[in-house]
Ligand binder design. Sequence first.
Ligand SMILES: Nc1ncnc2c1ncn2[C@@H]1O[C@H](COP(=O)(O)OP(=O)(O)O)[C@@H](O)[C@H]1O
Ligand SMILES: [Mg+2]
Length: 341
Amino acid sequence: MLYILAKLGNARAVGCPPRAMYTSPILKEIQAITPQVAIQANNLSKEFRTGFWLNQRVYSLKDCSLCVEEGQTFGLLGPNGAGKTTLLKILLGIIRPSGGEAYILGKPLSDQTVKQHIGYLPENPYFYDYLTGLEILTLMARIFEVPAEVTRTRIPQLLEIVGLTDEAARKPLRKYSKGMLQRIGLAQALINDPSLVFLDEPMSGLDPTGRYQMRELILSLKAQGKTVFFNSHILSDVELVCDQVGILVKGELVCCGTLEQLLGTSSQYVAQVQSSSPEPLTNWLRELRGEGEQWTGILQKDPAQFIAYLESQKIRLLSLNLERKSLERLFLEKVQPRPEA
Ligand SMILES: Nc1ncnc2c1ncn2[C@@H]1O[C@H](COP(=O)(O)OP(=O)(O)O)[C@@H](O)[C@H]1O
Ligand SMILES: [Mg+2]
């Protein structure tokens, strides 16, 4: 059965079910319960030629494969220059890959019809300075051939969603702050009511309130069933809103999966105890650090045995918490160069 489905699917998915429209009732039923693939990238690579004679090569992306199901929120993390924007531009069809292939909503990258269903917020949105916010949204609506009556109701809704007042929307874009440009950029990305939204560093240039609103907005897009793919170097934003996370380092996707898969379900106990010296604790707790008589460390043995030991030694236990490895720790492990073996 899987073989038949794979044959019928037009997305040659690796690790993801294929996306296809089936006519047979049984296959239709299977399709209804099978998550569809929004983005499938297989071994994407990008090599830029630079220098006066174009004889220098920059490898921005190497053999990058990933799969995002419809309705998922995918966060692509990576330090500056890792290749995040390059990957996003390839998926959008703005630049061509040097190798590999990708499917967007089941269609190959060369298929232009799929663009109708895509929204895109660029890393540094650059709009016509002399247009007002309202004018740029109207222009984008016309480009997407959104009917005029829909545009009339959608623009005020979008302005409200992104937090721009009517007064701000009537100002020319050259008078906009970075945060305001980010907001109008997001509004234009949603003007065609896309089912797949690409956001390149959506939180950049926003103050803490703006970042919070952007996170809420991404969650509301997800609640509407939209697929969101966004780049970021802000770990907490990714951790809070994403179903899947990928970490890109020097053009290589070093890990990709759900937070549970990446961080593991296995957690560690962090204990805080009161003791005049660290000696009785060194065999039990690692990464021990102290302040006054309070010592904190990661438990290396069974919690029940530890509690019994503390009681026998008359050492007071202040707290014992189960903590999961943080995304920050995983990110640093992946990004920092490993010492040569
Ligand atoms: N048009 C280009 N020509 C040459 N090199 C480029 C071009 N675009 C990107 N690069 C290089 O590719 C690498 C990845 O860039 P980019 O995708 O913008 O990274 P990120 O978005 O993760 O900060 C960088 O080293 C960058 O200098
Ligand atoms: Mg970038």
